[in-house]
Design a protein around this ligand. Structure first.
Ligand code: GLV
Ligand code: MG
Length: 349
């Protein structure tokens, strides 16, 4: 086991020292774009003004014959576009692909000081993070990168889920994780062919009525992703990292998309992927606390200035623990208001 004393030392002479705290910025949506697609690339500066994170995707959905064009397209965009305070992320190809090494060399070499986070797909265990961590330190030293690049793992293999805690603890670079429901379904031999969301056959049914056994028995659809999101949220939050929902593939079904995003928000995720501009407004609405929740949280915190003791507000018991719950909502609202004037006004900050 590595000595804990070394955990925050640079792994390569000349590389920046690892961060002690994970940078927490508004991260309601990670908006994916294909940098090899010229039509999409020209829209990047405008879309970037309206999202918290722009992500240049090099992995799945980019055809093999456009892998290099996507990589070079992202280099160009990274160099030429002013992202202001919008984060710039990338999803590189997986560690077992023939593109991973050049993805990292080109991106860190050319735009290492502009990138915030590198998303690693198909992470299987902490060994994948150790490898990427060491290689990044080499590249940061070689290309004079000033602040450490952060890593974000996609949870999308059965082995990755089994190792999720060790992945979260593998490096101070671990910024967070996203659920990858499509690859994960395949890896686990789940029988859904959808990208995220529910499935009408995954349900529970009420017992038959003994007096009327043939009467219809109401059913309720269950959430296929609840278990994995719960594991991911615990693994991430226990090390201060951030958990995200991933893709929702049915672009036309905005209602189910909103439901899936909201379940993830309520369970502890800070944001989600958006694959289409239609999903951006949904993510913004869902991952920003509602104005009435913020007003309630303010009331509780004001009624218990030092966060101790017990008070009753509108018939509801408040104590140290509910104060902390309210602080979560309030802190998130303040973070979002610091970037988003519309929400600042809505919250009355
Ligand atoms: C995302 O990459 C997924 O596989 O769902
Ligand atoms: Mg995937």
């Amino acid at each position: 086991m590595r000595s804990p004393r070394d955990f925050f030392k640079a792994k390569v002479v000349g590389a920046p020292e690892p961060l002690r705290e994970i940078p927490v910025r508004p991260s309601r949506m990670i908006h994916f774009f294909d940098p090899s697609n010229e039509k999409m690339a020209v829209k990047v500066p405008d879309i970037a003004k309206n999202v918290d994170i722009m992500l240049g995707n090099l992995e799945d959905a980019v055809p093999i014959d456009r892998k290099e064009a996507a990589r070079e397209g992202l280099v160009k965009i990274g160099k030429n576009v002013n992202f202001g305070d919008t984060q710039l992320w990338t999803r590189v190809n997986s560690l077992d692909s023939p593109w991973f090494l050049d993805d990292l060399i080109r991106l860190v070499g050319e735009i290492g000081n502009k990138l915030d986070v590198i998303m690693l797909p198909k992470v299987q265990g902490p060994w994948d993070i150790y490898f990427a961590d060491q290689l990044l330190a080499q590249l940061e030293a070689k290309y004079n990168v000033k602040k450490p690049l952060m890593l974000h793992a996609i949870l999308e293999t059965a082995l990755g889920v089994a190792n999720v805690d060790d992945i979260a603890n593998a490096s101070p670079r671990m910024q967070g994780m996203s659920l990858g429901p499509a690859d994960l379904a395949a890896s686990r031999r789940m029988k859904t062919t959808r990208v995220g969301g529910g499935h009408p056959d995954y349900l529970v049914r009420t017992d038959p009525d003994p007096k009327n056994p043939d009467a219809p028995r109401p059913t309720a659809q269950q959430d296929l992703w609840h278990y994995t999101i719960g594991k991911m949220v615990d693994a991430c939050t226990s090390v201060g990292a951030l958990a995200f929902y991933g893709p929702f593939g049915d672009i036309a079904d905005l209602t189910a998309c909103e439901d899936q995003f909201r379940n993830a928000y309520l369970m502890g995720c800070v944001g989600t992927w958006t694959l289409h501009p239609n999903q951006i407004a949904i993510a913004k609405r869902v991952f920003s606390p509602k104005a009435e929740e913020v007003a309630w949280a303010k009331r509780v915190v004001e009624a218990m200035p030092d966060g101790s003791g017990a008070v009753m507000i509108d018939g509801k018991m408040q104590d140290d623990a509910t104060w902390k719950q309210c602080k979560v909502v309030l802190n998130l609202a303040q973070l979002i208001a610091s970037r988003d004037a519309e929400y600042k006004a809505l919250y009355g900050f």
